[in-house]
Ligand binder design. Structure first.
Ligand code: AMP
Ligand code: MG
Length: 353
């Protein structure tokens, strides 16, 4: 298949975006696949209510069929087209954080095919803020099922060139809207149980959800590093975000971490391996490696989130053999950053004493 790339800058006038998006919208309406930018990461979209179309997403990504898709809507009321018994909490969260990087799980209506929900009786819904994504939904006249537009298991795409790497020849079109602002997938909140529960941490933090829904908790399955407890979101159990090189997180006080990573780097380079290091602004110049990448200032979690997946992919293209990263745990966006980093590392963490 020939994959067309269509460039649409997100800061254009709304009417111009609506006009430019038409060829992409036509593909979605006809049951085809289009990758498009959102504020979180690039999504791989298809008509969510067309079973045949949704099936193509799993095939293009090599995604396990029990890993459900998120349905993207352009107006809050669309949630009633796919959700049954939508709770009051959904409206409250929407008023606070939609459009934005938040996904809600509600009971599904029978109109939503099980292909889209991975066989579940619940459905994941998000109202994105990205003007190109919103134009695509509106102009196609469809609700758009879209997981991240990467090959299953690889780091999520935050630039069109990442999507081209993974999806060229497999889908009809890639809409290039530049870089994704947030760079991590949406926060997922399950609203189908007694208490709201975060199934995937993201840019919208636990504290932000608690401001609206004070009894919200975090799924213990995504915190447990021993992985004895299974996460509730099917996708969270899979190895994900992994670069080709082996990644290890080094945790501890700054001095100790720098020393440990440099020791390990020297050891591997002696063996002829190419070493990549994920550093911060403050530590960048103190590392010796084949490729030392600056992920941002430690205090600027938004910047670190935006850079993470792109850096992991760059290591792949530079044929790095082993990667060492500093650790980024925090109660806020750091929770989401560490969740992705831990999965990319297969939970391999070394303590630097
Ligand atoms: P991605 O497209 O890569 O952001 O993946 C979507 C995420 O949403 C995966 O982790 C899914 O397991 C999760 N998800 C989608 N629908 C549901 C649902 N109905 N219940 C729980 N998790 C869901
Ligand atoms: Mg994904």
């Amino acid at each position: 298949m020939d994959t067309r790339v269509l460039e649409i800058k997100k800061n254009l006038d709304e009417n111009i975006i609506n006009e430019k998006i038409k060829p992409a919208a036509d593909i979605i309406a006809a049951g085809g696949l289009v990758a498009f930018p959102t504020e979180t990461v690039y999504g791989l979209g298809a008509d969510a209510l067309n079973e045949k179309a949704a099936e193509k997403i799993y095939a293009a990504k090599g995604r396990p069929s029990d890993n459900p898709l998120i349905i993207h809507i352009a107006d809050f009321d669309d949630i009633y087209r796919i959700g049954e018994d939508v709770p009051e909490a959904a409206k409250k969260l929407s008023d606070a954080y939609w459009p934005g990087p938040l996904t809600m799980i509600v009971k599904k209506k029978s109109t939503v095919p099980y292909t889209t929900t991975g066989g579940l009786d619940t459905v994941a819904v998000r109202l994105p803020s990205h003007p190109v994504a919103r134009a695509l939904i509106r102009e196609s006249g469809c609700l758009i099922a879209a997981p991240s537009a990467n090959t299953s298991g690889r780091p999520s795409p935050t630039l069109a060139k990442h999507v081209i790497e993974d999806m060229s020849g497999k889908i009809e079109m890639i809409v290039d809207g530049g870089s994704c602002n947030i760079g991590l997938e949406s926060t997922i909140v399950d609203l189908t149980e007694d208490k709201p529960m975060i199934l995937r941490p993201g840019y919208i933090t636990l504290a932000m959800i608690k401001e609206i829904l004070p009894d919200c908790e975090i799924d213990p399955g995504i915190i447990a590093s021993d992985s004895l407890q299974k996460p509730k979101a099917p996708g969270m159990k899979y190895k994900h975000y992994a670069p080709k090189a082996e990644l290890t997180i080094v945790d501890g006080a700054e001095e100790a971490v720098v020393r440990k990573i440099n020791d390990l780097s020297a050891k591997y380079r002696n063996e002829g391996k190419k070493v990549g290091i994920i550093a911060t602004e403050a530590t960048l110049s103190r590392y010796n490696g084949d490729d030392v990448e600056n992920i941002g200032q430690r205090g600027d979690e938004a910047m670190i989130a935006r850079n993470l997946f792109s850096i992991l992919r760059d290591f792949d293209s530079k044929d790095i053999d082993v990667i060492f990263s500093e650790s980024f745990e925090s109660p806020d966006v750091g929770r989401a950053i560490m969740n992705r980093l831990l999965k990319a590392a297969g939970h391999k963490v070394i303590k630097a004493e």
